[in-house]
Write a protein that binds this ligand. Structure first.
Ligand SMILES: Cc1cc2nc3c(=O)[nH]c(=O)nc-3n(C[C@H](O)[C@H](O)[C@H](O)COP(=O)(O)OP(=O)(O)OC[C@H]3O[C@@H](n4cnc5c(N)ncnc54)[C@H](O)[C@@H]3O)c2cc1C
Length: 406
């Protein structure tokens, strides 16, 4: 019997819902399923970058975001370990009044994408995938526990693993790898009553968690997203408790005053970020991996939503071709890997280099100090963040020497 669906997408986060929407609009018959019921939270910094905004705009969902609880983000504030601060404005978007970025709780953001997907594809919530169904060596379906607690099997031409860092699809295909030098761990907590908030997201390089940073991001209704993230490898090496580092940053002389009247809402939670400083395997016979399941988070900024959406779009394009050719082999699906790395490879390489440099306190003090004094340096940083600076410029060591010596 031939499978009912062209693709079953496991996980309805930004990667899965984006893939479902592009695939449906290209005429594919897809099933999108998730173990949670939406709206659901996801531990995150909640910063929605320009890249994510581009996909949202392309999908026609930017109005929904603007009508939802969120804040428009216009700039980024960096502080060096010695306390020097700079605020760099984001480049405005061309010919549009849409802000360059947003901060929006994932409870809200992911639900915008999922509710749209629900209108356009078949969706199932509260379905936890527990295993794969195979035809020979090829993945041909999934099995899992549905909302009634009953085991159910479903088949498709291709299974798309968009199920986050702990992906069952990558585990069951033997692709899961926890390499601690390519893995960041982070805390996240919501507060109310933090003072001196602006419409800038704040990234503070605090000396006890390098390479990594402490962030303070403004949210709707006076809420603030606060967290701290660090490379797992370094965390283990230096025996750091991230929760204690989070509390210590808040209590430190730089931030104590701002958190004097702050109230913690809920808990300080922890989560994992598989970063794209290594090239992981992302496809095999009958399956693809997307977003965090493919380890696509930016190693320097920790931004993963935009890359997850990017992988969702590319996967949908490749699914259209493979369904037309009726060939779901690893060799055919490797198109996805090629397109993905040609789109994201250079950027991830640059961010890996920046992450490595971000380990050196004196360098961070120097760069932020230079930028504090020099508008040219701030402009270069703005362009780098907006992706206006070309790949060759970013990979050229002279760019960084210029940063230091202009
Ligand atoms: C603390 C922290 C801060 C971050 N800050 C930012 C930020 O500010 N901006 C940014 O862009 N990125 C940030 N990131 C990264 C970002 O959160 C992820 O890159 C992004 O969520 C990846 O999207 P995804 O769709 O691949 O996975 P997810 O968002 O994790 O979605 C996966 C989905 O799969 C479902 N699922 C999992 N297992 C199963 C199963 N067995 N069966 C069925 N469904 C399943 C889950 O319920 C979930 O809905 C941060 C990450 C962390 C941990």
């Amino acid at each position: 019997m031939s499978p009912l669906y062209d693709a079953i997408i496991v996980g309805a986060g930004p990667a899965g819902s984006t893939c479902a929407l592009y695939a449906a609009r290209a005429g594919l018959n897809v099933l999108l399923l998730d173990k949670s019921q939406f709206p659901r939270d996801k531990i995150c910094g909640d910063a929605i970058s320009g890249k994510s905004v581009n996909y949202l705009e392309e999908l026609g969902l930017i109005d929904k975001l603007q009508l939802s609880p969120q804040v428009a983000v216009e700039a980024i504030l960096f502080s060096a370990p010695n306390g020097t601060k700079i605020t760099v404005p984001f480049l405005p978007r061309d010919n549009t009044a849409i802000p360059p970025g947003f901060a929006c709780r994932r409870l809200v953001f992911d639900d915008i994408l999922f509710q749209q997907a629900k209108k356009e594809v078949t969706t199932i919530e509260k379905f936890k995938v527990t295993n794969l169904i195979k035809k020979g060596e090829a993945v041909a379906g999934i099995s899992g526990i549905n909302s009634a607690g009953v085991e159910q099997c479903l088949s498709a031409k291709v299974i798309v693993g968009a199920d986050g860092y702990n992906s069952i699809i990558s585990r069951k295909t033997g692709f899961y790898e926890h390499a601690s030098q390519h893995w960041v761990v982070a805390t996240r907590a919501y507060y109310r009553g933090v003072s001196q908030m602006t419409n800038a997201i704040e990234i503070h390089f605090v000396k006890d968690v390098l390479p990594g940073y402490f962030w303070i991001f403004p949210l709707d209704d006076g809420m603030v997203n606060v967290g701290i993230g660090m490379l797992h490898h370094e965390l283990k090496k230096q025996s750091i408790s991230l929760r204690q580092a989070h509390l210590a940053a808040i209590e430190s002389p730089y931030f104590r005053e701002r958190f004097k009247n702050a109230v913690l809402l809920g808990n300080i939670s922890g989560w994992n970020l598989p970063v794209g400083s290594m090239k992981r395997r992302v496809c095999g016979d009958g399956f693809l991996l997307l977003g965090d399941a493919a380890g696509l988070i930016d190693p320097f900024s920790g931004e993963g939503i935009g890359n997850a959406m990017c992988s969702g779009k590319i996967a949908a394009e490749v699914l259209v071709h493979t369904c037309r050719g009726n060939d779901f082999s690893a060799a055919r699906l490797r198109q996805y890997e090629r397109k993905l790395w040609s789109e994201l490879g250079a950027e991830l390489k640059t961010s890996t280099m920046l992450q490595k440099l971000g380990k050196y306190q004196p360098l961070l003090n120097l760069v932020v100090g230079k930028a504090a004094k020099d508008k040219q340096v701030r402009t270069l940083i703005s362009e780098m963040m907006a992706g206006v600076t070309t790949r060759n410029v970013l990979l050229n060591p002279w760019t960084y020497l210029r940063l230091l010596f202009i």
